[in-house]
Ligand binder design. Structure first.
Ligand SMILES: CC(C)(COP(=O)(O)OP(=O)(O)OC[C@H]1O[C@@H](n2cnc3c(N)ncnc32)[C@H](O)[C@@H]1OP(=O)(O)O)[C@@H](O)C(=O)NCCC(=O)NCCS
Length: 75
């Protein structure tokens, strides 16, 4: 999944949490043991993920480099 969001007028009603927990249940039945997601500490969603039990992986950072002539900026 690239991204997901809840309509601003419906946020704060448990919809996002219910959606993410439903995904967790589904992938668990397929034998997966962990979910990994990418976000920024600087966005409000970071707190949302923490509330749902997601934790930063140590000091891991996600790095990117646009290859010469191929990219503009970070995705
Ligand atoms: C992040 C988002 C999906 C959360 O959906 P939501 O339906 O508003 O979240 P919920 O109501 O299910 O909240 C679940 C828990 O997270 C907490 N939470 C939600 N948004 C939060 C925020 N901005 N800051 C801190 N806590 C937050 C809620 O308080 C709730 O905790 P609780 O169970 O203790 O009450 C929604 O705010 C959104 O679409 N934001 C804009 C798009 C976005 O950031 N998408 C993710 C991109 S990676």
């Amino acid at each position: 999944m690239e991204e997901f969001g809840v309509s601003p007028r419906l946020q704060g009603r448990g919809i996002g949490g219910a959606f993410l927990r439903a995904i967790e249940r589904r992938v668990a039945t397929q034998g997966l043991t962990h979910l990994i997601l990418l976000t920024s500490r600087e966005v409000p969603a970071f707190r949302f993920y923490q509330r749902l039990g997601y934790e930063p992986i140590g000091h891991t950072v996600c790095l990117v480099k646009a290859l010469e002539g191929q990219g503009r900026t970070a995705p």
